[in-house]
Design a protein around this ligand. Structure first.
Ligand code: XMP
Length: 515
């Protein structure tokens, strides 16, 4: 665990927005950590937080058994900011009252400030707020004053300035609250007295020092996939321990066009990282011969990957650690309705199936970071934008996009289609707007006419989706000319394809990948 000078603790009462609160705090350059709402005060105090934020939550404080913090938290003298449910729970526990008005309030509201306070510093009456609540505070606890209201909600902002306790009924963490980030910054800096000391630059320095101390003169193994997370892990570890890091990159024959060369060129030739390259294309393709059932494909690819990785790991000699690109959302002990750690962890790359004598100690240098922070770190470490902003790519690769039987010929065809599609997206300047773009080769052939000749060739399908986290996704609305150019180029330049489809299925009901 990396030591931070200043920490703001976010207590999670089950809100879908808890992670957003933590990110907003970090955007003000102060480190934040999310803990479950019922974390005992002794545990919170181990972190020596400069301030505590209570998140919102779906429960009603008036219900029996609704989430409550350790009551000692109100005696610590550490500033507390309650948001929505957080405000209500603070009010109720401290002797105020909470009622359910006839109508719940959902949507925009305008702020009316009652007095000038540090929390609302720089925020004027009329500022747009985002409300989403059923219950409202109906009586203030002793010592509290009402600092802000809206037309429908009297106690929109409350505080007890001598005890440094604050509450807001609206959601400062969402973008719809225009001055939300300013309010969080006011709390963090003006009230908690934090200085802006958390930055990627400082993270790199501390992380490197921690890795060096932890690893000593031992060896770390890192599986490189070419994706953002493993690339950033490798670059960071390399900066910390140089040649004590060995990377293994397995070419399973199911990679995108030019992918293997790019990874080798970047990490071996440019970063001078010790890179063990396993060209296992033939091995994977021979095991996949004749297999078209999706789960069977995935199992074979996963099993072969473990075997090849194991073989490479043994060849390195003594290895003490296995590096993994675990991110913060995977480790938060979340109580939110969007799911705990198990809902988000992807299994393919955590090499969980290694034999017992090859189970290393794990090292997870990104476990405190959100995805956008990982990208920022990647840039800080000198990784090219092409890697840092890369779309996700599944472990089984083109194996689950070559629908039906997998052959080298079909994979090569798919690689050409995929390359053209991605090229056209980049040319149109749309790559960054899309979560993930992919091409599939379908297990049907179609009749066409090219020149004067009748053709009977492969059909491909293009898919591009927007998403926040891949749990849900929507199909991307391309300007028609982008699809037109991609389709023309694919039919002209890829000999084996004579028909192009565009997939307009959202998730759910479709998944992002076809298999
Ligand atoms: P689905 O198809 O389930 O995909 O909507 C959601 C996200 O996960 C990626 N994906 C995988 N990633 N190993 C991975 O590392 C896998 O086996 C795998 N299957 C799907 C997919 O590309 C999308 O981003």
């Amino acid at each position: 665990m990396i030591e931070h000078d200043q920490i703001i603790v976010v207590l999670d009462f089950g809100a879908q927005y808890s992670q957003l609160i933590a990110r907003r705090v970090r955007e003000t350059h102060v480190y934040s950590q999310i803990l479950p709402y019922n974390t005992p005060v002794v545990k919170i105090m181990e972190l020596e937080p400069s301030g505590i934020i209570f998140s919102g939550g779906p429960a009603s404080v008036r219900d029996e058994g609704s989430p409550r913090p350790d009551p000692e938290i109100f005696n610590l003298g550490i500033p507390i900011l309650g948001i929505c449910y957080g405000l209500q729970v603070m009010s109720l526990v401290l002797g105020g009252d909470v009622q359910r008005p006839e109508r719940r309030e959902y949507g925009f509201a305008a702020l009316t400030k009652n007095e000038d306070t540090p929390l609302f510093s720089g925020i004027d009456s009329g500022s747009q707020l985002w409300m989403s609540h059923g219950d409202s505070v109906s009586a203030l606890p002793e010592g509290f004053t009402c600092t802000a209201s809206t037309q429908n909600c009297e106690f929109t902002g409350i505080e007890n300035s001598s005890k440094r306790m604050f509450g807001v009924q609206f959601h400062p963490e969402v973008v719809h609250t225009t001055d939300g980030t300013l309010l969080i910054s006011n709390f963090v800096h003006k009230i908690c007295g934090c200085t802006a000391s958390w930055s990627m630059e400082s993270f790199v320095d501390t992380a490197i020092a921690e890795i060096r101390e932890h690893v000593g003169d031992r060896t770390v193994l890192c599986g490189l996939s070419g994706g953002v997370d493993s690339s950033v892990v490798a670059a960071l570890l390399h900066k910390a321990i140089g040649d004590q890091l060995v990377c293994v990159f397995v070419n399973n024959g199911l990679l995108r066009k030019g992918e293997a060369d790019l990874v080798i060129q970047l990490f071996r030739d440019n970063f001078h990282i010790r890179l063990q390259y396993a060209d296992a294309e033939e091995r994977f393709l021979s095991k996949l011969e004749g297999i078209s059932e999706p789960e069977a494909k995935r199992k074979i690819i996963g099993k072969e990957f473990i075997e090849v990785f194991e073989h490479e790991a043994r060849a390195i000699g003594r290895v003490d650690f296995l590096a993994q690109g675990t991110l913060y959302p995977d480790v938060i002990e979340s109580v939110s309705a969007t799911g705990g750690p198990s809902a988000t962890i992807k299994s393919h790359h955590n090499v969980g199936g290694l034999p017992e004598d090859l189970r290393f100690e794990l090292i997870e240098p990104l476990r405190e970071l959100f995805k956008d922070e990982v990208r920022e770190l990647g840039k800080e470490l000198g990784l090219p934008d092409e890697v840092v902003y890369r779309h996700p790519f599944p472990g089984p690769g083109l194996g689950i996009r070559c629908i039906g039987e997998i052959t080298k010929d079909r994979l090569d065809t798919l690689r050409d289609v995929d390359e053209i599609f991605i090229e056209e997206i980049r040319k149109a300047g749309l790559y960054g707007e899309i979560w993930q773009a992919l091409a599939c080769l379908l297990p049907v052939k179609s009749v066409g006419v090219q020149g004067d000749e009748r053709t009977y060739e492969e059909v491909c399908s293009l898919r591009a989706v927007t998403s926040e986290d891949a749990m849900t996704a929507d199909w991307f609305r391309f300007p028609p000319e982008v699809l037109q150019t991609a389709s023309n180029r694919i039919c002209n330049e890829v000999a084996r394809v004579n028909r192009v489809l565009y997939d307009i299925t959202s998730k759910p009901p479709g998944t992002v990948e076809w298999e």
